[in-house]
Design a protein around this ligand. Structure first.
Ligand code: ASP
Length: 411
């Protein structure tokens, strides 16, 4: 049985077993199962995290330094950025548009959230200006510290600079380029081993997710959850495939068939970073994206391109405003969009990261940061779908960028 099929079966079984476990809460069987599943999922996620930093570093160094041939560096950069900004903007428009269309949160009695509002601890305030200074302070740091702390964005910046230096140095640095390439190959081989465990890890993660959510709390936010989920799915099932078809000349069926394993992993882990090794593998092996393009676009996209997160943050800000009975002006909605875009850039690819940067979006238009308490009960659930779209966007952009940057290869 192929790994894809095994993952699919594991996902279905995981959801079914999760609902089953929900029927026996607070029993020894429940606790024992959760303990075992917790161990299995931590081994899977732990192994992926272990490989993450060396993989990101080597893939960006190799990706950038390989762009040397045909002077494609500037070109790939520009197309990647253009694609990221375009797809994120479309996601923001969809998020705002659907929140309006369905009037999410209007007429809901805010008192029902009073408990959550009262018990919520206000997180540190995050304004756009403090966001930028934090961003710079945390990004331009000693690379060894960045490696040791697993600071992905700082590693990305350092790897980009090394890659550019390797391009500029040309033949002088040939051996370092070769070494980076071999190191990258070793990482890919190890990821192949970890992926053999994916079906077990995904099963465990899904059972845990479904069996520990409080269904009664979830139902209160069902309308908002349904609108955001529906809109996010629309973005992933219609908007992105259409762009892929027009600009990448690839059929959505080929795309979804080739990326199924990565998408299901994204759903189960709610982490673009944990899924990245698999996204890279799917893009290269199934979508036939050249390694130098995938090695550059996917790690970068994992950090910076999050359509699902941007869509969610924009819609959630409107939802909160509606709950409070506030009508945001057009100008305020534009501020929400701009801040949601920055917030999606800054959100790391880990579960519920969007929740943290959400504070910045709320505060940009004077909404209370405490209001995120309202969203907390449904966040993990919504995170699954938005992470799938985040990951899908990265793989899709790698196809488009690969097509537009193809030039005769010289080595
Ligand atoms: N979990 C998302 C991701 O990894 C980020 C988010 O919380 O929106 O892509």
């Amino acid at each position: 049985m192929s790994l894809n099929t095994q993952i699919l079966i594991a996902a279905i079984l995981g959801v079914a077993f999760g609902f089953l476990l929900n029927l026996f809460p607070h029993t020894a069987f429940f606790d024992f199962s959760l303990y075992g599943l917790g161990l299995a999922s931590s081994i899977f996620i732990g192994l992926l995290k272990m490989l993450l930093i060396p993989l990101i570093f080597s893939s960006i160094v190799v990706g950038v330094s390989n762009l040397q041939a045909g002077g494609q560096l500037g070109r790939v950069w520009k197309i990647t950025l253009l694609c990221c900004v375009t797809t994120t903007t479309l996601a923001l428009i969809l998020g705002i548009g659907c929140a309006h269309l369905f009037d999410v949160g209007k007429g809901v009695d805010i008192v029902m959230f009073q408990d959550a509002m009262n018990s919520h601890q206000t997180p540190d305030t995050l304004t756009p200006s403090s966001f930028f200074s934090n961003f710079i302070q945390n990004t331009l740091i000693n690379p060894f510290k960045a490696f040791a702390e697993g600071n992905v964005l700082a590693v990305v910046v350092f790897a980009l600079l090394i890659g550019v230096a390797l391009v500029k140095g040309g033949e002088n640095f040939r051996s370092v380029r070769k070494l980076s390439l071999q190191f990258f190959d070793i990482m890919m081989m190890m990821i192949g081993w970890v992926m053999k465990l994916a079906p077990i890890g995904i099963f465990a993660l899904l059972v845990k997710l479904i069996s520990t959510e409080d269904i009664s709390v979830l139902s209160r936010l069902a309308e908002f959850a349904a609108v955001v989920t529906g809109t996010t799915i629309f973005h992933g099932a219609v908007v992105l495939p259409l762009l892929l078809w027009i600009f990448g000349k690839m059929s959505p069926i080929t795309f979804f068939r080739g990326t199924r394993a990565a998408l299901i992993t994204a759903f189960a882990t709610s982490s673009s970073s944990a899924t990245m090794p698999l996204s890279m593998k799917c893009a290269q092996e199934n979508l036939k994206v050249r390694p130098q393009t995938a090695g550059f676009v996917i790690p970068l996209g994992t950090q910076l391109n999050m359509d699902g997160t941007a869509l969610y943050e924009a819609a959630a800000a409107l939802f909160i405003a509606n709950l409070m009975g506030l009508d945001l002006s057009l100008g305020q909605q534009l501020i929400v969009c701009a801040t949601a875009m920055i917030a999606s850039l800054g959100a790391p690819g880990i579960p519920s990261a969007g929740m943290v940067t959400m504070i910045m979006v709320l505060q940009s238009v004077g909404l209370p940061a405490e209001a995120i308490a309202i969203l907390l009960p449904i966040d993990r659930l919504l995170d699954t779908v938005r992470t799938v779209v985040n990951v899908q966007g990265d793989m899709m952009i790698s196809v488009v960028v690969d097509r537009y940057s193809r030039e005769p290869q010289v080595d």
